[in-house]
Design a protein around this ligand. Structure first.
Ligand SMILES: C[S@@+](CC[C@H](N)C(=O)[O-])C[C@H]1O[C@@H](n2cnc3c(N)ncnc32)[C@H](O)[C@@H]1O
Length: 302
């Protein structure tokens, strides 16, 4: 039988350190971050996210946003600093009281514009109302995963979902299945709320202009474990969540986070990555950042 991997207790009762997780949001959290050297137009991640959501017409004047798993509140702080005039209300929901307190502190200048709810996302999402956009940035890799499931001996629950949404599985052997992420996308899609999702993927998309970043990557693999301090996360098979939302009648757009944040397209980037050039601090930072962000994808469900 496969094991069900869960990070519930870790997030509910712990005080995780996002700096050890190197989330893209924290790496690009402020304009003076050292990682900004890799960007064409350096801006805090939340401000870039706001621009992107406006361009994609999911953030509009009067929008009410729910961000789930907002960590230290850095994305929302950047978004409100840049675009608060557009936003009619924000609801921050998180499983972790520790994180929710960090968010309360980070967002206090916006007073009653922002509310805070301590909840597990899968238990509340079907009941969410009066929200125009849900943001889940680097959260769905924390949801439950069926680990080491035999492709010819699926659990009943996995078989039911895989058949219903026609999800791919390997032709033989074992694989890890993002059951929590697929269930969440199913619930968001049924509730008909637009959503922005980003996460570390097992089927990355590398923009053509940066083809050299494909080196050593399998663009069609299944979720793998990422060991972090005190817990593990799993990469997300994006084709599974895209198919689930589309099967439920939702329009989906997806792409590489490299494009969303606007990585500089220069011969220097190629040189540093292909030669693993790390002889200066600047080169080391760029190499580390490119190697990390190249597997990330975003997805918008409408
Ligand atoms: C990896 S951190 C990402 C934080 C932030 N979004 C970022 O990008 O830096 C995951 C966040 O999701 C929250 N979280 C994890 N599992 C959750 C769940 N099942 N329901 C709600 N929040 C959850 C954690 O407490 C934390 O705030």
């Amino acid at each position: 039988m496969p094991k069900k991997h869960t990070t519930h207790a870790y997030h509910r009762y712990g005080s995780p350190d996002l700096m050890t997780e190197l989330t893209v949001c924290e790496s690009l959290g402020s304009a003076d971050s050292p990682y900004m050297v890799a960007l064409e137009n350096p801006k805090p991640y939340g401000a870039m996210m706001g621009d992107f959501l406006i361009q994609n017409k999911v953030l509009r004047p009067g929008s009410r946003i729910m961000e789930t798993g907002g960590g230290y509140g850095t994305l929302m702080k950047g978004l409100l600093n840049a675009h608060s005039g557009l936003i009619a209300g924000v609801c921050m929901t998180d499983l972790s009281m520790y994180m929710l307190n960090r968010q309360r502190e980070a967002l206090k200048e916006w007073g009653s514009l922002v509310s805070f709810v301590n909840a597990e996302i899968l238990s509340i999402v079907s009941a969410v109302k009066d929200i125009d956009l849900i943001i889940l940035n680097e959260v769905i890799g924390d949801l439950d995963v069926l680990v080491d499931m035999e492709t010819n001996n699926l659990t009943d629950e996995a078989a039911q979902i895989i058949n219903k949404y026609n999800l791919e599985s390997p032709s033989f052997g074992k694989f890890n299945f993002n059951i929590g992420a697929v269930r969440l996308i199913e619930a968001i899609s049924k509730n008909n709320i637009p959503a922005f999702i980003s996460e570390h993927s097992s089927d990355p998309l590398i923009p053509e202009r940066m083809y050299f970043l494909e080196d050593g990557l399998d663009p069609d693999s299944f979720p793998r474990e990422i060991r972090l301090h005190g817990h593990s996360e799993y990469t997300i098979r994006f084709s599974h969540i895209v198919k689930t939302a589309e099967a439920l009648g939702r329009r989906v757009r997806t792409g590489a986070l490299i494009d969303l944040v606007g990585i500089k397209d220069s011969p220097k980037m190629k040189f540093i990555f292909t030669n693993r050039a790390c002889s200066t601090d600047r080169q080391e930072i760029i190499y580390e950042f490119l190697d990390h962000i190249r597997e990330y994808r975003w997805m918008i469900i409408e």
